[in-house]
Ligand binder design. Structure first.
Ligand SMILES: Nc1ncnc2c1ncn2[C@@H]1O[C@H](COP(=O)(O)OP(=O)(O)OP(=O)(O)O)[C@@H](O)[C@H]1O
Ligand SMILES: [Mg+2]
Length: 169
C-alpha cells in the first residue's frame, strides 16, 4: 500500500452517479497489468466502484459484477480480463498465497481490482493504484487516489480535471 509520502489526488463524491462516472473513466484508462487496490469501510462503495470500472473496461452489461467475497475472485471478460478480488475473509499472507492471489497480482494479461486490499500486507504490489473510499455524512464520499508509481498520477490527471469540470458545469 502506498505510504503517506506517495503522490495523492482527492475527489469529492456527492452521489452514486459521481461514483459511476469516475468508475467508468478509470475503467477506460486501464491496460493489462494494472492493479487497483480498493480500501474503505464496509459499504463504502468498493464493489459499486468496481461495477463501473468494469463498464469502462468494456465488460458487457449482461455480466453483473458482484462481490466475490465467498469465491475470492470473479473473472469478467472485457478489453482484457478483469480479475475482481475481495480479501475481506483472508486473514494473512499465508491465506493470500494459498489462494493464488500473488500470481494474479503479477499478471500482465489482465487487470486486477482488489477489495479490502489492506489485507495484502507485504504482498502489496509496487506500482499499484490505491483508491481509498472514505464515507462522509449525508451519503457523501471522498476518494483518495495514491500511488508510488508517478505514471498513475499522470494518467489520472486528465480524468480528475474533467470530472471536476463536469461537476461544476
Ligand atoms: N456515491 C456512492 N458511491 C458508492 N456507493 C453508494 C454511493 N451512494 C450510495 N451508495 C450505496 O452504498 C452501497 C455501497 O455498497 P458496496 O457493496 O459497493 O460497498 P463495499 O465497499 O463494496 O462494501 P463491502 O466492504 O461490504 O465489500 C451500495 O448500496 C450503493 O448503492
Ligand atoms: Mg464489496
Amino acid at each position: 500500500m502506498s505510504d503517506d509520502t506517495a503522490p495523492t489526488k482527492i475527489l469529492n463524491i456527492f452521489s452514486l452517479a459521481d461514483t459511476e462516472k469516475i468508475g467508468r473513466q478509470i475503467g477506460r484508462l486501464l491496460v493489462p497489468g494494472d492493479v487497483l487496490l480498493l480500501t474503505g469501510d464496509l459499504g463504502a462503495g468498493k464493489t459499486t466502484l468496481t461495477q463501473s470500472i468494469a463498464r469502462g473496461l468494456d465488460v458487457p452489461e449482461e455480466y453483473y459484477v458482484t462481490s466475490p467475497s465467498f469465491a475470492l475472485m470473479h473473472e469478467y471478460p472485457g478489453r482484457c480480463p478483469l480479475y475482481h478480488f475481495d480479501c475481506y475473509r483472508l486473514s494473512g499472507e499465508d491465506d493470500i498465497e494459498g489462494a493464488g492471489l500473488s500470481e494474479y497480482l503479477a499478471t500482465t494479461s489482465g487487470v486486477c481490482v482488489v477489495e479490502w486490499a489492506s489485507r495484502l500486507g507485504s504482498l502489496t504490489p509496487d506500482n499499484a493504484l490505491t483508491i481509498q473510499i472514505i464515507l462522509l455524512p449525508a451519503e457523501r464520499r471522498r476518494m483518495v487516489f495514491q500511488s508510488d508509481g508517478a505514471s498513475w498520477m499522470q494518467r489520472l490527471e486528465p480524468v480528475i480535471v474533467q470530472f471536476d469540470l463536469n461537476k461544476s458545469g
